[in-house]
Design a protein around this ligand. Structure first.
Ligand code: IMP
Ligand code: MG
Length: 181
Protein backbone atom coordinates (compact mmCIF):
# COMPACT_ATOMS: atom_id res chain seq x y z
CA UNK A 1 0.00 0.00 0.00
CA UNK A 2 2.85 2.39 0.80
CA UNK A 3 4.05 2.18 -2.78
CA UNK A 4 0.72 3.70 -3.84
CA UNK A 5 1.53 6.92 -2.00
CA UNK A 6 3.21 9.97 -3.45
CA UNK A 7 4.43 10.95 0.01
CA UNK A 8 3.62 10.59 3.68
CA UNK A 9 2.11 13.69 5.30
CA UNK A 10 1.68 12.62 8.94
CA UNK A 11 3.30 9.56 10.45
CA UNK A 12 1.80 7.54 13.27
CA UNK A 13 3.57 9.28 16.14
CA UNK A 14 2.78 12.75 14.76
CA UNK A 15 -0.91 11.82 14.60
CA UNK A 16 -0.88 10.38 18.12
CA UNK A 17 0.85 13.43 19.58
CA UNK A 18 -1.75 15.68 17.97
CA UNK A 19 -4.57 13.51 19.35
CA UNK A 20 -3.08 13.92 22.83
CA UNK A 21 -3.38 17.69 22.43
CA UNK A 22 -6.90 17.59 20.99
CA UNK A 23 -8.07 15.31 23.80
CA UNK A 24 -6.78 17.72 26.44
CA UNK A 25 -8.58 20.59 24.72
CA UNK A 26 -11.87 18.65 24.39
CA UNK A 27 -11.74 17.27 27.95
CA UNK A 28 -11.14 20.76 29.24
CA UNK A 29 -13.97 22.33 27.22
CA UNK A 30 -16.50 19.67 28.27
CA UNK A 31 -15.40 19.11 31.85
CA UNK A 32 -18.78 20.20 33.29
CA UNK A 33 -21.02 18.85 30.54
CA UNK A 34 -21.74 15.29 29.47
CA UNK A 35 -20.74 14.80 25.89
CA UNK A 36 -22.42 12.80 23.15
CA UNK A 37 -19.97 11.95 20.41
CA UNK A 38 -21.43 11.20 17.01
CA UNK A 39 -18.87 9.55 14.78
CA UNK A 40 -19.48 9.71 11.07
CA UNK A 41 -18.73 6.34 9.48
CA UNK A 42 -16.69 4.98 7.87
CA UNK A 43 -13.92 7.56 7.70
CA UNK A 44 -13.78 8.43 11.39
CA UNK A 45 -13.49 4.89 12.85
CA UNK A 46 -9.76 4.97 13.54
CA UNK A 47 -9.89 8.52 14.85
CA UNK A 48 -12.89 7.62 17.02
CA UNK A 49 -11.09 4.68 18.62
CA UNK A 50 -7.86 6.58 19.25
CA UNK A 51 -9.37 9.90 20.34
CA UNK A 52 -12.13 8.57 22.59
CA UNK A 53 -9.68 6.45 24.57
CA UNK A 54 -7.83 9.64 25.37
CA UNK A 55 -10.93 11.35 26.85
CA UNK A 56 -10.99 10.71 30.62
CA UNK A 57 -14.68 11.55 31.19
CA UNK A 58 -18.17 10.07 30.85
CA UNK A 59 -19.54 10.27 27.34
CA UNK A 60 -22.03 8.62 25.05
CA UNK A 61 -21.20 7.38 21.59
CA UNK A 62 -23.39 7.09 18.51
CA UNK A 63 -22.49 6.57 14.88
CA UNK A 64 -23.97 7.90 11.67
CA UNK A 65 -23.34 6.25 8.35
CA UNK A 66 -23.37 8.48 5.30
CA UNK A 67 -21.99 8.37 1.79
CA UNK A 68 -21.32 11.20 -0.62
CA UNK A 69 -18.60 9.99 -2.94
CA UNK A 70 -19.86 6.84 -4.53
CA UNK A 71 -16.32 5.77 -5.35
CA UNK A 72 -14.56 8.80 -6.85
CA UNK A 73 -12.46 11.55 -5.32
CA UNK A 74 -14.94 14.42 -5.70
CA UNK A 75 -18.16 14.82 -3.75
CA UNK A 76 -21.40 14.47 -5.69
CA UNK A 77 -22.91 17.13 -3.46
CA UNK A 78 -25.62 14.71 -2.43
CA UNK A 79 -25.57 12.89 0.89
CA UNK A 80 -27.15 9.51 1.51
CA UNK A 81 -28.05 8.66 5.14
CA UNK A 82 -27.82 4.93 5.60
CA UNK A 83 -29.89 4.57 8.79
CA UNK A 84 -33.58 4.91 9.49
CA UNK A 85 -33.27 6.53 12.92
CA UNK A 86 -31.23 9.52 14.00
CA UNK A 87 -29.55 9.28 17.43
CA UNK A 88 -31.59 10.71 20.30
CA UNK A 89 -29.57 13.82 21.09
CA UNK A 90 -32.30 16.28 22.16
CA UNK A 91 -30.91 18.50 24.92
CA UNK A 92 -27.42 17.02 24.66
CA UNK A 93 -23.98 18.42 23.96
CA UNK A 94 -23.00 16.88 20.64
CA UNK A 95 -19.52 16.55 19.20
CA UNK A 96 -19.53 15.46 15.56
CA UNK A 97 -16.45 13.51 14.61
CA UNK A 98 -15.29 13.12 11.01
CA UNK A 99 -12.11 12.28 9.18
CA UNK A 100 -11.84 15.30 6.90
CA UNK A 101 -13.50 18.58 6.04
CA UNK A 102 -13.36 18.97 2.27
CA UNK A 103 -16.25 20.53 0.31
CA UNK A 104 -18.19 20.93 3.57
CA UNK A 105 -21.31 19.24 2.16
CA UNK A 106 -21.17 16.26 4.52
CA UNK A 107 -20.72 18.16 7.76
CA UNK A 108 -23.04 21.04 6.82
CA UNK A 109 -25.83 18.58 5.98
CA UNK A 110 -25.30 16.45 9.09
CA UNK A 111 -25.05 19.50 11.31
CA UNK A 112 -28.40 20.79 10.02
CA UNK A 113 -30.03 17.43 10.55
CA UNK A 114 -28.62 17.10 14.08
CA UNK A 115 -29.62 20.68 14.95
CA UNK A 116 -33.20 19.98 13.88
CA UNK A 117 -33.44 17.40 16.73
CA UNK A 118 -32.77 20.12 19.33
CA UNK A 119 -29.38 19.43 20.93
CA UNK A 120 -28.07 21.84 23.54
CA UNK A 121 -24.88 22.43 21.57
CA UNK A 122 -23.10 21.10 18.49
CA UNK A 123 -19.38 21.22 17.80
CA UNK A 124 -17.27 19.59 15.13
CA UNK A 125 -13.97 17.74 15.38
CA UNK A 126 -12.10 16.66 12.26
CA UNK A 127 -8.70 15.08 11.91
CA UNK A 128 -7.96 16.98 8.69
CA UNK A 129 -9.19 20.21 7.15
CA UNK A 130 -8.44 21.05 3.53
CA UNK A 131 -7.52 24.66 2.84
CA UNK A 132 -9.85 25.49 -0.02
CA UNK A 133 -13.05 27.25 -1.00
CA UNK A 134 -15.94 25.07 0.20
CA UNK A 135 -19.30 24.36 -1.40
CA UNK A 136 -20.85 24.74 2.06
CA UNK A 137 -19.50 26.92 4.85
CA UNK A 138 -18.60 24.84 7.92
CA UNK A 139 -16.42 25.66 10.91
CA UNK A 140 -14.76 22.89 12.89
CA UNK A 141 -13.87 23.79 16.48
CA UNK A 142 -11.26 21.02 16.76
CA UNK A 143 -8.92 20.36 13.85
CA UNK A 144 -6.04 17.90 13.86
CA UNK A 145 -4.13 19.20 10.85
CA UNK A 146 -4.67 21.59 7.96
CA UNK A 147 -3.68 20.24 4.55
CA UNK A 148 -3.65 21.48 0.95
CA UNK A 149 -6.25 20.49 -1.60
CA UNK A 150 -4.84 17.01 -2.27
CA UNK A 151 -6.40 13.56 -2.05
CA UNK A 152 -5.12 11.75 1.02
CA UNK A 153 -5.59 8.22 2.38
CA UNK A 154 -4.81 6.28 5.51
CA UNK A 155 -5.80 6.40 9.17
CA UNK A 156 -9.46 5.84 8.24
CA UNK A 157 -9.44 7.77 4.98
CA UNK A 158 -10.10 5.69 1.89
CA UNK A 159 -9.93 5.65 -1.85
CA UNK A 160 -12.65 3.29 -3.07
CA UNK A 161 -12.76 1.77 0.43
CA UNK A 162 -9.05 0.92 0.39
CA UNK A 163 -6.15 2.22 2.51
CA UNK A 164 -8.23 2.91 5.66
CA UNK A 165 -5.97 0.58 7.65
CA UNK A 166 -2.74 2.46 6.92
CA UNK A 167 -1.56 3.74 10.33
CA UNK A 168 -0.34 7.03 8.79
CA UNK A 169 -1.71 9.60 6.34
CA UNK A 170 -0.31 10.12 2.86
CA UNK A 171 -1.08 11.64 -0.51
CA UNK A 172 -2.33 9.07 -3.00
CA UNK A 173 -0.39 8.90 -6.28
CA UNK A 174 -2.18 10.85 -8.97
CA UNK A 175 -1.77 8.17 -11.62
CA UNK A 176 -3.70 5.72 -9.43
CA UNK A 177 -6.65 8.08 -9.19
CA UNK A 178 -6.59 8.81 -12.90
CA UNK A 179 -6.35 5.12 -13.75
CA UNK A 180 -9.53 4.12 -11.92
CA UNK A 181 -11.98 7.02 -12.29
P1 IMP B 1 -17.05 16.79 2.03
O1 IMP B 1 -18.52 16.50 2.10
O2 IMP B 1 -16.62 17.13 0.63
O3 IMP B 1 -16.54 17.76 3.04
O4 IMP B 1 -16.31 15.41 2.21
C1 IMP B 1 -16.27 14.75 3.35
C2 IMP B 1 -16.01 13.29 3.08
O5 IMP B 1 -15.36 13.08 1.82
C3 IMP B 1 -15.05 12.79 4.11
O6 IMP B 1 -15.74 12.32 5.23
C4 IMP B 1 -14.30 11.72 3.36
O7 IMP B 1 -14.97 10.49 3.47
C5 IMP B 1 -14.31 12.17 1.92
N1 IMP B 1 -13.03 12.85 1.55
C6 IMP B 1 -12.85 14.16 1.27
N2 IMP B 1 -11.56 14.41 0.96
C7 IMP B 1 -10.92 13.22 1.05
C8 IMP B 1 -9.55 12.83 0.83
O8 IMP B 1 -8.64 13.61 0.53
N3 IMP B 1 -9.29 11.52 1.02
C9 IMP B 1 -10.23 10.60 1.36
N4 IMP B 1 -11.51 10.93 1.57
C10 IMP B 1 -11.86 12.23 1.41
MG1 MG C 1 -14.70 8.24 2.01
Amino acid sequence: MEADLDRILFDESTIHRRLDELAVQIANDYRDRELTVIAILNGSVILMADLLRRLPMPLKLDCLSVASYHGGTKTTGELVFRQLWMPDIAGRHVLLLDDILDSGVTLATIREKIESIGPQSVRICVLLEKKKTRLRQVDAEYVGFEIGDEFVVGYGLDYMERYRNLPFIGVLRNDLIAATT
